[in-house]
Design a protein around this ligand. Structure first.
Ligand code: GAL
Length: 646
């Protein structure tokens, strides 16, 4: 397993380079990531390329046996390019071109920008094609599906719609444009959505297509670079680094033609108090692995206190640097690249701390990092090992977009129930995959399909077949609500899932921040929040009923037999124990190898290679933990990872 660092030779005096390379080698760094913002040094003037400094830096690392991941620098076009072609910038919704001064100002569909981006990419690819130290490429940096309103994006949007609908009449029908006299009579009348927030004033069908288009735009950009890199610098895997941001492209589409996924992982250094969100890092890592269902990389990993984009925060607590990198390995990463080797002394990010402080004196964090490097070297047996999961949770970007477009009720957000289900199964010591809703379901025993809001081809059919053949499906409210255009389906909910769930809602009641008691058959009382489907079973058995409000006594949670399988329907957004209960019941019925009694915030992940397994037992807490695991006394220090082979 490899540990790497992000390094910016262009920021440092040359006298430091060799010292840094020596220290990296001595520390156990295996890989260095370079150049993602360095366009102005690689092409200092139009058409004048200078790779000598980068060659020199690469040579220093290569001489010490370290590998290099090179990044295309297209996230930061140089100032001469903006001066010559001010039209390459991203345009805001109000028509204002983005003001220069930070980074990533460019529009990734502007043809002039693309011409220059292609050229620097090709030059780099050719220049390093015969450099064996270069083992892979990162495209750009944290590409987001920004909503750009420049002329090219508007024209591109119209073309995208033409390709999808053929005629404006088809489009009018698909969007229901008769409402508020929105019918187009020509393509030229179509604009991106200019209306102000909330989005809910705008046609949801039209909005969802715009989100899809913005995502496709950025995917086209990264595929374009990938094609050049592969052609001119063959044999090097290509990726791009992503994070959970406000403008996420559809990762499943974005990575379909890239070799592996890489994720920028910055866990919070102040732990959540509620205990409910403390498994969210694990969720994000499982989701990243699920994008390609393959081992992945962390391209940027927490190294020091965060700051600069916000006032400074606490640095990582003792144990976090090592623990969070090993946690990523446990969940399927096989390379973790720390951001960054040294803390910047210049530029906007001087308070986003790296492993070494400004003083250059190795401190507590650095020592812990060195310890991590030593541990990583003992994990070669885990390299490429699988994570076999009996449980999957389905995710769909169209649902994510549609919920952003039309918030359902106060406090409701899409990921919450996915995370609660994930936490419930993780707490049982089970591996959990978070996968795209179009992935095949063979091999799973339990598939959680929360909030299947927007219809997507084949999904309900596959879930139905899965249950029919003996699988367990967990469905929730807000399923079967929309057709593929994001228009409401005219059937009793959960619409296409009704037969599978064996239940229907006679009414739904968004309750926002209120809560209503839920009473389970054994008398246990828990809480329902945000949303209440008032359910009437068709064939399902009732597991819990509402115990408050005018619909007290109505079914809230049900269980149905479908074919050889079982289908749970959670008609509300419960507190965590609701999901824990259902997960435990479903896992027990499916005879999954649960590890009961893991303390809260302790995670167990199993990676398998052939017949051998490696178990990672992680304490994601600042408190030590003492417990018994399969008859053995265990103690875990704060953020400690125990690696158990067997
Ligand atoms: C990432 C980004 C890096 C750096 C880091 C810390 O999102 O890719 O370039 O900015 O955050 O702010």
């Amino acid at each position: 397993m490899k540990i790497g660092v992000a390094y910016y030779p262009e920021h440092w005096d040359r006298s430091l380079w060799e010292k840094d390379a020596d220290r990296m080698l001595a520390t156990g760094v295996k890989l260095v990531r370079l150049a993602e913002f360095a366009w102005c040094r690689l092409e200092p003037r139009e058409g004048e390329f200078d790779f000598t400094w980068l060659d020199e830096a690469i040579a220093l690392f290569a001489a010490r046996g370290m590998e290099v991941v090179l990044c295309t620098p297209t996230s930061c076009p140089p100032m001469w390019l903006y001066e010559k072609h001010p039209e390459i910038v991203h345009v805001e919704k109000d028509g204002t071109p983005t003001r220069l001064g930070i980074r990533s100002h460019r529009c990734v569909s502007n043809p002039v920008f693309l011409r220059y981006a292609d050229r620097i990419t090709k030059k780099m690819a050719l220049h390093y094609a015969n450099e064996p130290a270069v083992v892979g490429w990162q495209i750009d940096n944290e590409l987001e599906a920004y909503q750009c309103y420049c002329g090219h994006c508007i024209a591109g949007y119209r073309e995208w719609l033409k390709a999808k609908y053929g005629t404006v009449e088809n489009l009018n029908r698909a969007y229901g444009n008769v409402v508020w006299s929105g019918e187009y009579t020509s393509w030229t009348q179509i604009t991106p959505p200019y209306g102000s927030l909330p989005h809910a004033w705008q046609n949801p069908a039209y909005m969802l297509d715009f989100y899809r288009f913005c995502s496709d735009n950025v995917v086209a950009f990264s595929n374009r670079q990938a094609a050049q890199l592969r052609r001119l610098c063959p044999g090097r895997p290509v990726t791009t680094n992503v994070w959970f941001c406000g403008h996420m492209p559809d990762f499943y589409r974005q990575f379909a033609d890239l070799d592996f996924i890489s994720y920028d992982n910055y866990p919070a250094t102040r732990l959540p108090q509620d205990g409910e969100s403390c498994y969210s890092h694990a969720f994000h890592l499982d989701m990243m692995r699920g994008v390609k269902r393959k081992p992945f990389w962390i391209m940027e990993q927490l190294s020091g206190g965060k700051g600069c984009w916000m006032p400074m925060e606490k640095p990582p607590q003792p144990g976090m640097i090592k623990g969070y990198a090993l946690q990523a390995f446990a969940h399927g990463a096989d390379t973790v690249v720390h951001f960054r080797w040294r803390t910047a002394a210049i530029g906007a990010e001087m308070h986003w701390h790296g492993l070494l402080d400004h003083s250059d004196v190795p401190g507590r964090r650095f020592e812990e990092f060195a310890d991590l490097c030593r541990t990583a070297q003992t994990l070669s047996d885990v390299q490429g090992a699988d994570i076999r999961s009996d449980v999957a949770i389905l995710f769909g970007f169209e649902n994510e977009y549609a919920f952003q477009i039309q918030p359902q009720t106060e406090g409701y957000y899409y990921l919450e129930q996915l995370q609660r289900l994930h936490r419930a199964f993780t707490a049982l010591g089970l591996n959990v995959d978070v996968i795209g809703q179009h992935e095949p379901l063979e091999g799973y025993r339990i598939v959680c399909a929360p909030e299947m809001y927007v219809a997507s081809p084949g999904v309900s059919e596959r879930l139905t077949a899965f249950a029919d053949q003996g699988g367990t499906v967990i469905l929730t409210a807000r399923s079967g609500v929309k057709d593929a255009h994001n228009n409401a389906c005219m059937s009793q909910l959960p619409g296409v899932y009704r037969q599978l769930a064996g239940v229907h809602a006679v009414e739904y009641v968004p309750i926002g921040w209120d809560s209503i008691p839920l009473q389970f058959e054994d008398g246990t009382r828990l809480d329902a929040r945000q949303w209440c489907d008032v359910l009437e079973p068709d064939t399902a058995q009732v597991l819990a009923r509402y115990a408050g409000d005018y619909f007290a006594g109505a079914a809230a949670v049900t269980k149905n037999r479908y074919g050889k399988g079982t289908v749970y329907y959670i008609g509300t957004v419960g507190t965590q124990p609701v999901y824990d209960r259902i997960a435990a019941g479903a896992a027990e019925e499916a005879a999954l190898p649960m590890i009961p009694g893991l303390p809260e915030r302790v995670e167990l992940c199993t990676r398998t290679k052939g017949e051998s397994t490696v178990r990672f037992l992680f304490n994601n807490d600042q408190q030590p933990k003492r417990f018994t695991l399969e008859g053995q006394e265990m103690t875990l220090a704060p953020f400690e990872m125990k690696i158990l082979r067997g």
